[in-house]
Design a protein around this ligand. Structure first.
Ligand SMILES: [Zn+2]
Length: 176
């Protein structure tokens, strides 16, 4: 299993395999591999775990909070699949448990960065909807979204905004 040091960036680490045990890499908020049996993991509590898979077996996992979303992390990851010859139209993207739009208020500045439109006051944003729009714009057709909110379903999940110190661990692995 591989985990990175998460810094709310857009660095996607490509893993060729040959790893054993639990490997902690340097900075990186996303992982991509085609290696069988190598689990990719990110830790999450309100940010979005973005699961990506191509039928050929190439998989990726991103940790995308508002910074990663504003910086187009999912768009970059779709491009990384394309460079490897994996077409966006063949990708499946799943947006896992994360804070929902009703529970996530951000400053005017952050809203501007996320939507690209001028904002004068704080307001609610739905990170998963924005990520779905970005993935769709990048050519992905199969996009699904978890119904769970880490904050208002806080009896079941850890939520940074709800004051929890704990984190979920999102994992994806190619088995066959
Ligand atoms: Zn919610």
């Amino acid at each position: 299993m591989v985990v990175g040091r998460q810094v709310h960036g857009t660095k996607l680490l490509e893993h060729p395999g040959g790893m054993r045990g639990w490997v902690r890499t340097g900075e990186g908020d996303g992982h991509i591999t085609a290696e069988r049996g190598l689990a990719l993991a990110v830790s999450i509590a309100d940010c979005v775990p973005v699961f990506m898979a191509h039928p050929s077996g190439t998989i990726a996992l991103l940790h995308s909070g508002w910074r990663g979303t504003a910086a187009g992390f999912v768009t970059r990851a779709v491009a990384a699949f394309s460079i490897l010859g994996k077409a966006p139209t063949e990708l499946r993207v799943h947006l896992g448990p994360a804070v929902c739009g009703r529970c996530y208020e951000v400053s005017a500045d952050v809203r501007e960065q996320l939507t690209g439109h001028p904002a004068t006051r704080a307001g609610q944003v739905d990170l998963r909807s924005l990520l779905a729009e970005q993935a769709s714009a990048a050519g992905v057709r199969q996009i699904s979204m978890s119904p769970w909110c880490t904050r208002h379903d806080n009896d079941r999940f850890f939520s940074h905004r709800a004051g929890d110190a704990g984190r979920q661990v999102a994992v994806i692995m190619r088995r066959l």
